[in-house]
Structure formats: structure tokens, C-alpha cells
Design a protein around this ligand. Structure first.
Ligand SMILES: Nc1nc2c(ncn2[C@@H]2O[C@H](COP(=O)(O)OP(=O)(O)OP(=O)(O)O)[C@@H](O)[C@H]2O)c(=O)[nH]1
Ligand SMILES: [Mg+2]
Length: 489
């Protein structure tokens, strides 16, 4: 099954304890350097605490001028949209947090590798079963030798890759625990505890509770990551996860570039680019010892939201008009998270609703009986017909247009999943126009306020350049409407 553990045991107990402990053979010079660096880290930490205290006090005094709620199903792109707002309005803070995303990006990469291995394994199992069925003898044991050339290759490939990649898969549990805060045992990862070695667990998606301090903990940890000197970079720490990934880099690249594997993925319709598969094309760069995430890497990193994330910022409106204080709420979109939406309805000035229109041939992760586009349309209908929200302007992002275009060009037909599409042409322009009209007419049909402002944008919110302009337009429109409503009061 899985090769010997490649990660030291003491790390499995507490991922931070070992790196924070002073080395036993520390010299006086090293000790002084460590104490100095620790004092610096503490100063930074205290300054952040102070800043947070001031921001909270400020918020109590000055209620934010504009409150925006991001809504939409899971994986629709809400958190990515929030990151775009952060990039535009608080770029320095965004960049300071980049390093914390390294662990999430590693996890995204490992998850893609795990999905590939699961796919080729299921393939093998099915082939073996088909073979047994075709032989028609139930007495033949499951370990029956695979006789055809194809089956032999499948068995060999699977075994070769699972052995070569065992250390990577084993790293997953450790990285998940690293994302958790100490003592946060009922953490919202829905992954099993990661303690079972091997690639059968953990499954599912990564999530950290939004009250978790993970970004800050991981950012500070950077300055304390070496046993020799607290100011050394993380890659000088031999127990840093980058080393396992770096050593397994060639095996990961081989797996991803293997034509046989690609054919299996295509046959089983596994489209890794629809999840967090972006990093597979960048294995060399991401697993480099000194890898630091870029803004684009952070935008693409997938971490499921559990709870509600708030982001605050201030926009200067020119010398005459002062500034406007904003707060954006990013909620979890999975079905078991939607109960948390309603408390925000009464108190917002605008809603941005995301509908990932590329997902017309996909189902919800939490309920495979439900088509994703159908779910988005139902959510949208619920939103526009909600009496509490009738005066709230709504911005609709028809998102993941980049994936939609790719999918249509690959020949996937909308009418096979949305019967009402009929025999209309299956090209990008016709499909986007149709879907825009569908969402627009649901609004007109169900809203109790036909005067409500509705803005519709085609988006691909992982695209930084294209989204920056849209975000600025949305921001200005919301500001304008807000000023208008203030004047009417
Ligand atoms: N290709 C592409 N990927 C996108 C786009 N928008 C978001 N993604 C990716 O889709 C995944 C899900 O995006 P998130 O922003 O985490 O989705 P969410 O709506 O916050 O999901 P929950 O937190 O579960 O509610 C991430 O890996 C994003 O990088 C897009 O327009 N195009
Ligand atoms: Mg989210």
C-alpha cells in the first residue's frame, strides 16, 4: 500500500511545536539572534493586534457606509470575488498574506494528484470486474491474474504511481492539521482526521472555519521556521513540507504528463480544471524549494468557506466627499451553510450573486442528484422573489465564462442538460445570451419590485485583469445607488 512515513512523527503530534522549540545545541550567538528575531515577530504581532483593536473600535463608532453580501452555490466564485476586492483595495494586506496560502496551494495540488490516482484505480477495478463478469464464473477470486495487455499496463501503472507518490499523499493529513489552530479540534474540515495513512483518506474538500486565525498563524510562522535561526527562511527547515513535494516532483509531473493517464481521465470525464486542478500545469514552479505564491496563485487557491468572512476597507471619494467605509460578507455556499445567509438580508446595501454557468453539466458535491445550473436558477428565483430583499440592488455575475467557452468548444451540448435550450446553436455567444435572458426573465417574473436595479456581468473571476474593471464598475454603481438612497431618506 503506502511506503514508509516520510514525515517525522513529532510533527504529526503538533505541527508548530517542533519548529518553535529552540535547538538543543544552540550557541550563544544563535540564541541572541533567535531572541532578537522573536522580539521582532512579537512586535509585529502586537502591532497587528493593536491595528485590529483600533479597526474594531472604529467600526463600532462608525457603522460601515456600504455592506455587500456575496451569495451563490458552493464553488461559484464568491471567495475569489472577495479576493479580487482585496487585491484592488487592500493590496498590501493581500500580499502580506500570500505566504499563508502556500499550504492551501500544496493541498490543492495534492488533491488533484489524489483524484487522478482514484480515477485510474476505479478504472482498474471496473476493468477487473468487467473481466470477471465476462468470464461469468463467480468462483474466480478477485486476485485473478489480469490477462490482457491493457489490464496488465493498468495494474502496473497504478502500482508504480501509488508507490512513487505515497509520501505526497501522506503529507495531506499533516498539512490539514497545519491549517487548524491549536485546540480547534472540531474544525470544519470534512475530511476524516487524516490519521489513516494512504490515499484512501482523507477525501473531500478543505475548509477552515472563518473565525480561524490560520492566515496570521502561518504568516508569522514564516519568521520562526528554522531550528538554527529564527530569521532563516522556511526552506532551510528540513521538516518543511516543501521538501517532500520537491522530492516527488518528477513522479507528479510523470503522472500528469502520462498519455495513458490522460486518456483514462478523458474517458471518465474527469475535468480537473473545473476544480483546483490549475496547479498541475505548474508543478515544477509550485514545488520549488523557494516557492512563494503569486497574486494569481492565491486567486486560484481553493479553500471552502465555512461560516462568514468579513472584509473591510475604505474608499476615498475625493477631497470634497471624504471616504466610504465598506464591509463585504462572504458566506459558505454549500447547502448546509445556507442557513447563515438570512441574518444578513436585512442589513445589506447590495448583493452580488454568482452563478457559475459553466456548471450546466455538473452536479452539486453535497447532493449528486441536483444539477448545478438548476440549483443556481432555484437560488436566484428564491433571492429575487424574497420580500425582505426587494429594495436591495442586485449584481449578477454569470461566472466561469472561461470554462464555459472551453466546454462548449469541446463539444459538450447545453441542450442535453437544459431541455428548454432546444435546437439553438451551441456556441458561446448564443449560450451566454440565452442564460442571461433566463436569469433576467426570472427576475422580472418573480420580483415584487420591478424598479429594482439589476446589473448582469459575464465574468471569470480568477482573471485578474478582466475582473478589476468589473469590480470597479460594480463598486461605483453600488456607491451611486447608496448615495441616491441616502438622499431619498
Ligand atoms: N476557471 C475558473 N475558475 C474559477 C472561477 N471562479 C472561481 N474559480 C475557481 O473555482 C473554485 C471555487 O471558487 P471559490 O471562490 O472558492 O467558491 P465559493 O463560492 O467561495 O465556494 P464556497 O466557499 O464553497 O461557498 C476555486 O478553485 C476558484 O479558483 C472562474 O471564473 N473561472
Ligand atoms: Mg468561499
Amino acid at each position: 500500500m503506502v511506503a514508509a512515513k516520510s514525515v517525522p512523527q513529532n510533527h504529526l503530534a503538533d505541527p508548530f511545536e517542533a519548529v518553535l522549540r529552540p535547538p538543543p545545541d544552540e550557541t550563544p550567538i544563535q540564541r541572541d539572534a533567535r531572541i532578537l528575531a522573536e522580539q521582532n515577530a512579537k512586535r509585529i504581532s502586537d502591532a497587528i493586534d493593536e491595528q485590529l483593536r483600533a479597526e474594531r473600535a472604529d467600526l463600532k463608532k462608525n457603522r460601515p457606509d456600504v455592506r455587500v453580501l456575496l451569495l451563490g452555490q458552493s464553488e461559484s466564485g464568491k471567495s475569489t470575488t472577495l479576493k479580487q476586492f482585496q487585491l484592488l483595495h487592500t493590496p498590501v494586506a493581500f500580499q502580506a498574506e500570500r505566504i499563508a496560502w502556500r499550504i492551501v496551494i500544496y493541498l490543492n495540488l495534492i488533491r488533484s494528484i489524489r483524484r487522478i490516482l482514484e480515477t485510474i484505480s476505479t478504472e482498474l477495478e471496473e476493468e477487473v470486474h468487467e473481466f470477471l463478469d465476462s468470464v461469468g464464473d463467480e468462483q474466480i477470486p478477485a486476485s485473478v491474474p489480469i490477462d490482457s495487455e491493457g489490464h496488465r499496463i493498468a495494474a502496473e501503472k497504478y502500482s508504480e504511481y501509488t508507490v512513487a507518490l505515497a509520501p505526497v499523499l501522506e503529507l495531506e493529513g499533516l498539512l490539514i492539521r497545519t491549517l487548524r489552530e491549536d485546540g480547534d479540534e472540531d474544525e470544519a474540515t470534512r475530511l476524516g482526521d487524516g490519521s489513516t495513512p494512504g490515499w484512501s483518506t482523507p477525501r473531500g474538500e478543505y475548509a477552515v472555519r472563518t473565525t480561524s486565525n490560520w492566515k496570521r498563524v502561518l504568516s508569522l510562522r514564516r519568521s520562526r521556521s528554522s531550528r538554527n535561526s529564527t530569521s532563516s527562511p522556511w526552506w532551510e527547515d528540513p521538516s518543511d513540507p516543501v521538501h517532500v513535494l520537491h522530492r516527488s516532483r518528477d513522479a507528479m509531473i510523470r503522472l500528469w504528463k502520462d498519455d495513458w493517464v490522460r486518456r483514462r481521465l478523458a474517458e471518465r470525464r474527469v475535468r480537473l480544471q473545473e476544480s483546483s486542478g490549475f496547479y498541475l500545469n505548474e508543478i515544477e514552479r509550485i514545488t520549488a524549494r523557494t516557492y512563494t505564491p503569486t497574486d494569481e496563485d492565491v486567486l486560484k487557491a481553493r479553500l471552502k468557506t465555512v461560516g462568514v468572512v468579513e472584509h473591510q476597507f475604505t474608499i476615498s471619494m475625493g477631497a470634497m466627499r471624504g471616504s466610504s467605509h465598506w464591509i463585504i460578507y462572504d458566506v459558505g455556499g454549500a447547502r448546509n451553510q445556507r442557513h447563515a445567509w438570512a441574518p444578513y438580508f436585512q442589513d445589506v446595501n447590495a448583493i452580488i450573486f454568482l452563478a457559475p454557468i459553466s456548471a450546466f453539466d455538473q452536479v452539486l458535491a453535497e447532493d449528486p442528484r441536483v444539477n448545478r445550473l438548476e440549483d443556481s436558477l432555484l437560488l436566484w428565483r428564491g433571492l429575487v422573489s424574497n420580500k425582505l430583499l426587494e429594495r436591495i440592488p442586485v449584481v449578477l455575475f454569470l461566472n466561469k465564462c472561461d470554462l464555459l467557452r472551453e466546454k462548449l468548444e469541446a463539444g459538450v451540448r447545453l441542450k442535453n442538460h437544459l431541455l428548454t435550450y432546444g435546437d439553438r446553436p451551441n456556441d458561446y455567444e448564443s449560450v451566454t445570451k440565452y442564460l442571461r435572458n433566463k436569469f433576467g426573465s426570472l427576475h422580472n417574473q418573480y420580483t415584487t419590485n420591478r424598479e429594482r436595479e439589476l446589473y448582469i456581468h459575464y465574468t471569470a473571476v480568477i482573471d485578474r485583469a478582466k475582473t478589476a474593471g468589473i469590480i470597479a464598475d460594480v463598486r461605483d454603481a453600488i456607491l451611486r445607488l447608496n448615495l441616491k438612497s441616502l438622499k431619498l431618506m
